[in-house]
Each structure stands twice: as structure tokens, then as C-alpha cells.
Unconditional design. Structure first.
Length: 255
């Protein structure tokens, strides 16, 4: 436990040290939404969409920015390089489990973004039901776990695939499109919505935003939460199994 706290403290200090990077990414995320929000504002002013729809879209993208900044684990980018360069060896031989150490450092690094998006969270508190805001907290944590496990799965493919970085680009593309981060899924055809609903990406944006805004009925809420938990558990199991297989592969090659 003492070692675990030491790793989290190191990650926390690193997160504070590199605050300029975090502020920059927050600005990029918020700035990237400005053209989209401007479009909806113009459409609202012209009468193409109702004021209610315009208000909904503003809140929707605000939630997307907050959730994405707190959950977008991208540690596979440097972990892939460590695996290819052989630097992973130093981490494997350390007495503290690599899996847990990786999670501790990445989780604290990601959660330290709270300081930089706190003003957005205060605004959101006054725009959505307080029950929805409270539901947003556990959902954000669960979504982080999903994205962390997917990042691990991608990173571990570097033991077998030379161009494993391409999977990172695929993850970002699918996450942006299928999660509803680009556009709410209600703008897509029914068949696309039905497919997206059964993927892990569904909870990364659209479902979590709809839940926070109180737009779902009881059945939709329960099904969405069950699917989210199912994917989280499945991804965890797959990540653990692939890690063990990766260690055997790495040991065999090293021998």
C-alpha cells in the first residue's frame, strides 16, 4: 500500500509540474468545440433549430469536453515505444506489479485535470439536474477504466505487431465518431445508433451525456449502465490475459 501511494504521489507531482501541457490540451478541446457550437447558435438564430435544441447541444458538448479530458487515457503511446525499445524490462523486474503501477500513475495524471476544467464543472452544475451531475462522477470513473484497459490492449500488441501505433489512431477515430463526441448519435441513422449502442464507445460520450442531462428513461438507463459495466469487466479480463501472454512472449524472445 505504501508503494502504491508513493507512485500516485509521484504521478500527482508530475501532473502539477506539467500543468502547461494540461492547460493547452484543455484549451484545444474547448476551442475545438467553438466552431460546432457557433454553427448550432447560427442555426438557432435562423430558426433552423429550436432554442431548446440549441441549449441542449451547448450542454452536451460541455459534458463531452469534461468527460474526455478526465478519461482520455493515452499512455499506450509511450508504452509502445518502451516495449519496442526494450525499456519495458526495467519495469517488469521491479518488485511492485507493473499493471498496478501503470494504473496508479495514469489514473492520478488524468484526474489531475480536474483543476484545469473546474470552471467548466461549476458551469455545468447550474445547467443540468444535480442528480445528473452526481451520476456523472461514477460514470466518468467507469469510462476512464474502459479507456485505460483499451489503451493497455493496444500497447501490448507491440509485442507482436510493429505498426501497433496505427491502432491508437483507430481508437481515437472510433472514439470520436461512435461515442457521439463529434455529433450526438441522434443525428445519425437508426442503424448506426443501434450498432454504436453495443460498443464500449457508447458510454464515452453520448450515453454519459444523456444520463447526466436526464434524457433517458429507466429502461435505457439500466441497459446502458449494464452494458457499460459489462464492457469494463470484459476489457479488464482481456487486458490481464494479454499482459500474461505478452510476458511469456517477451520472455521467450529474450531467451
Amino acid at each position: 500500500m505504501r508503494k502504491f501511494l508513493a507512485f500516485t504521489n509521484m504521478a500527482w507531482q508530475e501532473g502539477i509540474t506539467y500543468r502547461a501541457k494540461k492547460i493547452l490540451w484543455t484549451i484545444i478541446n474547448v476551442g475545438g468545440m467553438i466552431p460546432i457550437l457557433s454553427l448550432w447558435f447560427v442555426l438557432g438564430q435562423s430558426g433552423k433549430i429550436s432554442p431548446t435544441q440549441s441549449h441542449y447541444l451547448v450542454i452536451y458538448y460541455l459534458i463531452i469536453v469534461i468527460v474526455s479530458r478526465l478519461t482520455a487515457s493515452d499512455m499506450e503511446e509511450w508504452l509502445i515505444d518502451d516495449i519496442k525499445d526494450g525499456q519495458i524490462s526495467r519495469d517488469i523486474i521491479r518488485p511492485f506489479p507493473f499493471f498496478i503501477r501503470l494504473f496508479a500513475s495514469d489514473f492520478v495524471w488524468r484526474m489531475s485535470y480536474i483543476f484545469y476544467i473546474f470552471p467548466l464543472m461549476i458551469i455545468l452544475w447550474f445547467l443540468i439536474p444535480h442528480t445528473g451531475f452526481l451520476l456523472l462522477i461514477p460514470m466518468t470513473i467507469i469510462v476512464y477504466f474502459q479507456r485505460f484497459f483499451i489503451a493497455m490492449l493496444i500497447a501490448f500488441t507491440a509485442f507482436w505487431i510493429d505498426q501497433s501505433n496505427s491502432l491508437t489512431h483507430l481508437k481515437w477515430m472510433l472514439g470520436w465518431l461512435v461515442s457521439g463526441s463529434m455529433l450526438p448519435l441522434t443525428f445519425f441513422p437508426d442503424w448506426f445508433q443501434n450498432v454504436a449502442r453495443w460498443t464500449p464507445f457508447y458510454s464515452w460520450g453520448f450515453f454519459t451525456a444523456q444520463l447526466a442531462m436526464g434524457k433517458l428513461n429507466l429502461k435505457e438507463t439500466m441497459v446502458g449502465i449494464l452494458l457499460t459495466v459489462f464492457w469494463t469487466v470484459l476489457l479488464f479480463i482481456c487486458a490481464k490475459l494479454l499482459w500474461k501472454k505478452s510476458l511469456r512472449q517477451y520472455g521467450a524472445v529474450g531467451t
